[in-house]
Design a protein around this ligand. Sequence first.
Ligand SMILES: Nc1ncnc2c1ncn2[C@@H]1O[C@H](COP(=O)(O)OP(=O)(O)O)[C@@H](O)[C@H]1O
Ligand SMILES: [Mg+2]
Length: 147
Amino acid sequence: MGKVFTTRSADETVALGRKLGQVLKEGEVVALDGDLGAGKTCITRGIAEGMGLISDDVCSPTFTIVNEYTDPADKMPLFHFDTYRLSGTDDFIAAGLDEYFYRGGVCVIEWSSVIDDILPEGTVRINITGCGQERNIDIDDPEGRIC
Ligand SMILES: Nc1ncnc2c1ncn2[C@@H]1O[C@H](COP(=O)(O)OP(=O)(O)O)[C@@H](O)[C@H]1O
Ligand SMILES: [Mg+2]
């Protein structure tokens, strides 16, 4: 369990993601869990903004599994995963997706529990719960940066 933040709108969740995006470093992994509609994509949009990337088109890569955000080109890239349709870690590795961990960007993974056993040490874990407009966003950052 990390630090729990409560947001009351999608914009507040984006703003929280933005803070995190500003401090993330090359090679880091952010693991996102929470039900459908919890706000995983929403917080990812904020992370993209915080990293200085164009975030308008951030949406769940449910069918493509991974989307790469590299614009503007001089910024650290964001690799945004949605592992919902994978059966598990074997699927992830068979597709060579673990190589993204070493590509010099930040990996944000929706439904990360699907590949929990291969998440690298130091992974920032985020769990989102709530209903209505309210979300409790539990951020467990081993480096304790977000407060
Ligand atoms: N506090 C909040 N934080 C994030 N999203 C919220 C919040 N309140 C309502 N919402 C709505 O919940 C939905 C979250 O969708 P999304 O981020 O795509 O979820 P997920 O990727 O977890 O399936 C959006 O329609 C958003 O407008
Ligand atoms: Mg999503």
